[in-house]
Design a protein around this ligand. Structure first.
Ligand code: PAN
Ligand code: ZN
Length: 190
């Protein structure tokens, strides 16, 4: 008997290949809550793809001790001055942490603690980001090419999107004079 197997999962030709890859696509029309400039948002075709996520769930959701893996592909673009970004979430089990590892492109990881303090970490090819527990996270593409990164998170973490959908992050990432800056989110509902 041969005890050596082929890999179950492989990142090849810019995509995740294996059995049972979960794929989701988020278009602008799915992201009505997150962008601040509602007028600019309304002017862009809702079918515009903002990001795709390919994930592997080797164990059932909510399995304590299990791990999930996913690759996010975030397209370049802006809504008004605000960069294309992911919805963002806290984990449902708040203390669950995560790693992000940037594959390609130029981005910003936005992190907000439960007191509403928001900070940014630059993402560049090869950069590795530890997202502590109790910290909401989202990514923005600040370049002109696709931003891709891999993520590793506990299978029982879960995603709480509602809190961010309702309150947003306390700061938003906008382009000012050609560079990304974090500014106070005036639309934050405390
Ligand atoms: C990532 C994110 C992915 C998409 O895999 O789920 O980047 O962002 P949203 O989930 O906020 O739409 C992760 O953080 N998983 O826990
Ligand atoms: Zn997460």
């Amino acid at each position: 008997m041969n005890d050596i197997a082929e890999p179950e999962l492989i990142f090849k030709d810019q995509k995740l290949v294996g059995h049972n890859i979960d794929k989701i696509t988020r278009e602008l029309k799915d992201l009505a809550d997150i962008f601040s400039d509602k007028k600019a948002y309304a002017a862009i075709n809702g079918d515009t793809v903002v990001y795709k996520v390919e994930s592997s769930f080797p164990v059932a959701h909510n399995t304590e001790g299990g791990l999930f893996y996913g690759i996010t592909y975030l397209y370049p673009g802006k809504v008004g001055d605000e960069y294309f970004m992911t919805k963002g979430h806290f984990h449902s089990i708040r203390n669950r942490a995560e790693y992000y590892c940037t594959l390609e492109g130029e981005g910003m990881l936005l992190l907000m603690d439960e007191d509403g303090n928001t900070r940014g970490e630059k993402m560049l090819p090869g950069s590795i980001h530890y997202i502590p527990g109790n910290t909401a996270h989202r990514t923005a593409n600040v370049g002109n090419t696709i931003l891709s990164f891999s993520a590793f998170w506990p299978a029982d973490a879960g995603h709480d999107y509602a809190t961010i959908s309702e309150h947003g992050f306390s700061k938003i990432l906008v382009e000012q004079n050609g560079v990304p800056v974090l500014v106070s989110n005036s639309s934050v509902k405390a």
